[in-house]
Design a protein around this ligand. Structure first.
Ligand SMILES: [Zn+2]
Ligand SMILES: [Zn+2]
Length: 354
């Protein structure tokens, strides 16, 4: 391991997509930058690819506070240098870099096993530079080791969208074989949620709007597609399709209050509504308490997943049960494609090196 300065100086600088004009008209400037500094207990990762997530667009648009100049949080690469006090990681190790870049391990949420709710959590592209660069720095204690037998393009979408979909289904506690509704099913998270739901033994009702989304959802393996633009009474449509049982869980991937409100009406007694879609800051979800009191329905918010959840989600891909559909571009093509991610037939993945 190159612990000495001479070897580390031989390592390259980086190419990065630097965010310019943060706000609704954001764009990126591809620049050569210095190699980032690696602290004693950190490692330097050379990224091969990074996926693009809807949250990246929200960050760039300034909806989630001030972003860093480099965003991105679905990175896959290899450790190429380790800090002077790092001891447990090896150069060449393949790793993933997701939304959560570090957790303290000792606050109450961490002790409860919920590292994604760590009180000192560090988010990629929001508090530290993200993965739209050839190099990034990761704390040694927060490595996500990835297997060698999948392409980087297949692994990248799991780092955020895939694990978000998988964890949402996991925490729904829906009974195997029961109906699960996926609202916003044609989006980046939604299409993977449809695949994970099927792989986990659920029957799926994909909810979205339009004919192209319909095909996307059916291609992803949805049993039923419901077009919310055509169904004036979504509950009635779900009741019809499920022979009256409704859904044991609804996963709301769409970032709109009406999507949450409509999905709640599709959940059966004692079922669960799991929200991962983020509405604009001024948009509040409204429902009457009796919608919960009368039914025993639970509402849960879920956020990405722990490192263990990521590894579980990756196993579905390794076993061929989930196959992320991806479209790969070069870093120089980023400006042409990033604002069209909802029109692209698959997850947008940016090739950074290799
Ligand atoms: Zn994301
Ligand atoms: Zn913590």
């Amino acid at each position: 391991m190159p612990h000495n300065d001479t070897e580390q100086e031989l390592l390259p600088g980086q190419r990065a997509a630097v965010l310019v004009n943060e706000g609704p008209d954001f764009s990126f400037k591809i620049q050569s930058l210095d190699r980032p500094t690696v602290g004693p207990k950190e490692v330097l990762v050379e990224l091969e690819v990074t996926g693009i997530c809807g949250t990246d667009l929200a960050l760039a648009a300034g909806y989630l506070g001030k972003p860093k100049s480099i965003i991105g949080h679905e990175g896959v690469g290899r450790i190429i240098a380790v800090g002077s006090a790092s001891s447990s990681v090896a150069i060449g190790q393949r790793v993933g870099v997701g939304w959560l870049r570090d957790s303290c391990g000792s606050c109450r949420p961490c002790m409860l096993g919920g590292e994604t709710r760590c009180q000192l959590q560090i988010f990629s592209g929001r508090m530290v530079e993200g993965t739209l660069a050839t190099l990034t720095v990761v704390p040694e204690r927060y490595i996500v080791p990835l297997p060698e037998d999948l392409s980087a393009e297949q692994l990248a979408p799991i780092m955020c969208a895939g694990v978000t979909a998988y964890k949402a289904l996991k925490c729904s506690d829906a009974s195997p074989g029961s109906w699960v509704a996926i609202s916003g099913a044609a989006g980046g998270v939604g299409a993977l949620a449809v695949q994970y739901a099927k792989a986990m033994g659920y029957r799926t009702i994909a909810i979205d709007g339009g004919e192209i989304p319909k095909q996307k959802c059916l291609d992803a393996g949805a049993d039923i597609y419901l077009d919310y633009e055509k169904e004036t009474d979504l509950k009635a449509a779900v009741t019809r399709e499920t022979n009256g049982t409704l859904c044991s869980a609804a996963i709301v991937c769409a970032g709109s209050a009406p999507a949450y409100e409509a999905a709640l009406t599709c959940v059966d007694y004692f079922g669960t509504l799991v929200g991962v879609g983020i509405t604009p800051p001024t948009s509040k979800v409204a429902f009457h308490p009796l919608a919960l009191i009368d039914t025993g329905i639970k509402i849960i918010g879920s956020m990405v997943g722990s490192r263990a959840d990521i590894l579980e989600a990756v196993e579905f891909v390794r076993r061929g049960l989930v196959t992320p559909k991806t479209v790969t571009i070069g870093l120089d093509e980023l400006n042409q494609h990033i604002k069209k991610i909802n029109e692209i037939d698959g997850k947008l993945v940016v090739r950074l090196s290799g």
